[in-house]
Ligand binder design. Structure first.
Ligand code: IYR
Length: 219
């Protein structure tokens, strides 16, 4: 059994302003994030994407097993295959799989089976969760861990002035085949990353976030 070794926590992040100001400043950055479905084809450097993935991969995880893989796609041929496969699933979804309540809930967002953004956005980050470690060992709290990593990735992209979309074509097993992933990896979330199109619009309905009083309880 490996013994716990403790080292001094020296590299703490210390904001130059009081916590109220720092927390508000961060809030004001992330509150301006909008899920975008109209991307520009303006390139984003590989270095930028690497920083986003490093930020995501800094997330806490069960027993620090880091049960994630970030497959970053910029190859137009692969993006096309992903788009075609996703649109095939989405046609089924909108025509048959989604029940009336689900379709009613989606109506204000104006989504449909057309997924142009999967080819237009310069990068698709396909996040896979690991059901086992690469060494075959156990992993823990997989969804919590990968969910937190994705949240950090979205915040990091927003901080860098980039737009993201959390896309979950369902089922999304086709991503394993196209991206040639091993069986212990399962698709978790598909995140197009890029700049919004110049004429980008976003649904008004998605602006409405619950007020603090509704989401926060103090005891
Ligand atoms: N995956 C479909 C449908 C969809 C479902 C939910 I829940 C959303 O918040 C948005 C869309 C699609 O991408 O169109």
């Amino acid at each position: 059994m490996a013994e716990a070794v403790f080292v001094p926590y020296r590299d703490r992040y210390l904001p130059r302003v009081p916590p109220e100001d720092a927390a508000r400043a961060f809030c004001e950055v992330v509150q301006r994030r909008r899920t975008v479905r109209m991307f520009s084809d303006r390139p984003v450097s590989r270095e930028t994407i690497e920083w986003l993935v490093r930020a995501a991969a800094s997330a806490p995880s069960g027993a620090n097993k880091q049960p994630w893989r970030f497959v970053c796609v910029q190859d137009p041929g692969i993006k096309r295959r992903i788009r075609l496969a996703a649109e095939q699933e989405e046609r089924e979804f909108y025509a048959h799989r989604a029940g009336p309540e689900w379709l009613k809930d989606l109506a204000p967002l104006g989504t449909d089976e057309h997924k142009d953004f999967l080819e237009v956005a310069p990068w698709l980050i396909v996040v896979f969760k690991l059901l086992r470690g690469d060494d075959g060992g156990q992993v823990y709290y997989i969804n919590e861990s990968v969910g937190i990593a994705c949240g950090l990735l979205l915040a990091a992209a927003q901080h860098a002035g980039l737009a993201t979309l959390t896309h979950t074509p369902s089922p999304m097993g086709f991503l394993s085949g196209i991206l040639e992933r091993p069986t212990h990896e399962r698709p978790f979330l598909l995140i197009p990353v890029g700049y919004p199109a110049d004429d980008c619009t976003v649904p008004e309905a998605a602006l409405r976030k619950k007020p603090l009083e509704q989401v926060m309880v103090t005891r």
